[in-house]
Structures are given as C-alpha cells and as structure tokens.
Design a protein around this ligand. Structure first.
Ligand SMILES: [Zn+2]
Length: 451
C-alpha cells in the first residue's frame, strides 16, 4: 500500500464532525490478548527479532521524494478497511506504545499532540529514527520498497526492493490508462519513472529495436539496481493490468515494439504480448542477478481496482515455466482473500508468500485461520511482513510497522497454539515454525547471513 495523506485528512475531518519509550512494547501489547494462547509460545514469539519482507519506510527527509512509484494519494478519497481508518483503536494502541500517548481517541487535537510527540522524537533521534522505529516493532531488518533509498535507512537495518513495472510499458500507455479512472492517474507515474530510468542510464530516447531495449535499458537498469544493493524487484502490475502473464514469442514482441516505439497507439492485445515478453525477460534476469521477484497480490487498493486481475492463480504459467525456476517469486500480501489460491501456488518450489498488509487489515484471529492453512503445508515458504506505510501526519510508517508486527505475532501465536493443542505439532516445533516465519525463511531466501 502507499501513503494515504489525502484519505486521512478527509477521515480526520469526518471525526471532527462526528465526534514513552518501551523497547518491549510489542511484547507488552500482546500479553493482554493471549488468554487462549500457549503463554510459553507467546513469550517466545514476541522475543524473535523479525525480518520484514515488505514495507515502505520513509527517510528522515521530510520531502522524501524516492518513496513510492505509485502513491495512492492521487486516487482521491478511496475507501479504507475499518482497521486502518484513523479512528481505529489500533492507532491509539500504537501511539501509546511508541510515544506514551495517554488519550483514548485520535480526534483532531489528539492527532496534533501525537504529531508533536512524533516530531520531537524524530528530532531527538535524527538519522537514528528509522532504526529506533524498527527496535520498537521488534524488527531486525526491514525490506524497504522504494524508488531509491535515502538518509536514515541504514544498510545494516534496511534492504532495498526496487519498482520495475515501468520497464513493462515502453510504448504509449494511453489506451491502458483509459481502462479505469485509477489507471488514468497511475500510468503517467509509470511513464515518468521509465524516463527517470532512461536518464539514470544517460539515455534520452528508447532504442529502435526490442533486443537493444532489453539489453541497454532493462538489463542495465536491473544490474544497476543490484549493484545499488537491491534484494528484490517489485511489480505492482495488478494496479495496471491483469497478472495473466503468458509466454510470448520473441519475434512477435519485437515487431510490436519496433512498430510503435516511436509513436502510435498499439492495439491492446499486441501491447499485452510485448508486456508479457518483457515480464518473463525481467524475471529471468532477476534470477540471474540473484534478486527475487515480488508481486503485489491483494484485491485493492482503490475504488476501481480490478480484483480478479490479482489472483495468484493467474501467475501459474510463470511459476510453471522451467526457464524461470532459478527465480524466486514472493506473493506480496499473500493473495489476500485469494489465500486458498496462494496455498495452491506454494507447491511450486520457487514460490513464497508474505503476510504484509494482512497484518494491518485483518484481525489476529482472521490471519491465524489463513496461517494455519499455509503453515500446516509449507511452513518454509511463509514470510513475515508489515507493509508499514505512512497514513498521514501523526500516523507515520513507524506506527503501522508496530501495529503490523503486533498483529502478526498475535496471529502466529494463535495459529501455532491451536496446532499444538490439536497435537499436530510439538511446542518445540511450533517455536521453530514461529522463528522460520519471523526470521529464518527470509534469512535463507535472501542469504542475509543472520544467526
Ligand atoms: Zn506495499
């Protein structure tokens, strides 16, 4: 997900009309909601330092230009699920844990107070603020999905995940943008990002042949990202088109590219063929360079999001392609309400899923149901994640990181406690699985070298 400043402002107005520092804060928050859980397991899970597979940490620069390829602010007042609306109790809990906030409701004056508290801590911590935020959430390493990294996001604690959708769309995106009101606003951002990638390579125009585009622009960009510390490339393609990437013929793709690269409107079916061909190329190259491929798979956000287009089953031809078996794929947000389809895709040896965003939008009980399904089958394929992101002034990414970390640990504790109580696994095996999800699965997938 992305910054929601506009949405939050609107929600704050609606509230108006209608209505500190504890490093073990996550552990304390969890104690109160674990009466049905195994206390030994709860304590253990709360103590594991996590690797966060997907988040949108901000730098300490207040303008933070390199944060997001497709910020959803521009989509207007889109509906948000109840658990992340500013009036949700989860924000109050986070404000208490991080900043010692003592109110019971985040109304307008409380939000101002919270913003002051936040800014004071930011000033006091300086470059150390992002790492302080990770400490509060019990996170050792956060994967930051950003256009570029920046001040405060130290390499020791933050790893880079780039955005590469822009590379799929070298031709005019006019017809693609016309498909929905949301895409009309999002495609110009991808056009601008492709221009930035060209400028980064000191190129002022696209080459005339696809072969040259792939080598001189796509591979060169991927290699530069890898050299810049990039661990994975992220596709938000589901905001822009369906995830039904099919294997395409190189000659057909070359023809489409050469015919329209210098102008004209490609027919949508021909453009899809070219996009599909480039996607397979990027996935192959990412594998060669040792970067995983992250794919947004959640039915949202946005009032015009095409939910059917983000179903993980649509990616089966990609996952079944023998030429892509050296590439690891991670279903970001685990497919959301398509979680059973994610479960089917976990049979593929190179497919993983993370629980980012689910740890914010769902209650621990809801998430525990899905976790039990996945963990009873492929516990080595599930990764912890927050999707921490700024929801506006006073509701910064550090707050959503804390909420997601707390929720994720509660869900994991419920799921594993049930499995122990049902004698499916022993408590020591449950601890092992908890550690795998929170830390060691990511450690193995990305070769992080954690002990
Ligand atoms: Zn995200």
């Amino acid at each position: 997900m992305k910054p929601f400043h506009t949405i939050v402002l609107i929600a704050i107005i609606a509230i108006l009309i209608g209505s500190c520092n504890q490093d073990n804060s996550v552990a304390q928050e969890n104690k109160s909601s674990q009466s049905r859980n195994n206390p030994e397991l709860a304590e253990f899970i709360n103590g594991v330092k996590a690797v966060d597979n997907h988040a949108h940490a901000n730098t300490i620069d207040s303008s933070d230009k390199g944060s997001d390829a497709l910020p959803l602010d521009g989509l207007g007042s889109i509906q948000l699920p109840a658990r992340v609306r500013p009036e949700s109790q989860t924000w109050v809990n986070a404000a208490k844990a991080l900043y010692g906030f003592d109110g019971t409701l985040l109304n307008d004056s409380a939000l101002h107070e919270l913003l002051n508290l936040e800014q004071n801590v930011m000033k006091q911590k300086g470059e150390g603020f992002p790492s302080w935020a990770l400490d509060k959430a019990g996170i050792e390493i956060m994967f930051a999905n950003r256009i570029s990294m920046g001040p405060g996001l130290s390499p020791a604690r933050f790893r880079w995940v780039s955005y590469d959708d822009a590379l799929l769309f070298p031709l005019s995106t006019k017809a693609e943008a016309a498909m929905t009101p949301d895409r009309e606003k999002l495609f110009p951002l991808e056009d601008a990002l492709l221009k930035k990638y060209l400028a980064d390579l000191n190129k002022s125009a696209l080459p005339p042949k696809l072969e040259e585009y792939l080598k001189e622009i796509v591979t060169a960009t991927l290699e530069a990202q890898r050299k810049g510390g990039c661990m994975a490339v992220k596709f938000e393609a589901a905001y822009l088109r369906s995830l039904d990437f099919e294997k395409a013929d190189g000659r057909d793709a070359s023809e489409v590219y050469a015919r329209y690269v210098h102008g004209g409107e490609p027919p949508r079916d021909k453009y899809k063929l070219l996009q599909d061909f480039i996607f397979y190329y990027i996935a192959r190259e990412a594998g060669r360079l040792g970067m995983a491929v992250h794919i947004h798979s959640y039915p949202g956000a946005g009032d015009y999001f095409v939910a059917a287009g983000c179903d993980p089953l649509l990616l089966e031809p990609v996952f079944n392609d023998p030429e892509l078996r050296k590439t690891n794929f991670v279903l970001i947000h685990g497919g959301g309400t398509f979680s059973r389809h994610t479960s089917a895709m976990l049979w593929k040896p190179n497919v993983y899923a993370d629980i980012s965003l689910l740890t914010q939008l769902w209650t621990p009980e809801q998430l525990a149901v899905v976790l039990k399904d996945w963990l009873s089958q492929f516990p080595e394929k599930i990764l912890f994640g927050t999707d921490a992101v700024s929801f506006g002034p006073g509701l910064g990414w550090e707050m959503s990181a804390w909420i997601a970390s707390t929720t994720g640990r509660q869900a994991l504790t419920i799921a594993l406690s049930d499995m122990v109580a049902n004698k499916e696994i022993t408590i020591s095996h449950a601890k092992e699985i908890g550690t795998m999800v929170l830390q060691s699965n990511a450690n193995n997938l990305y070769h992080l070298g954690l002990r």
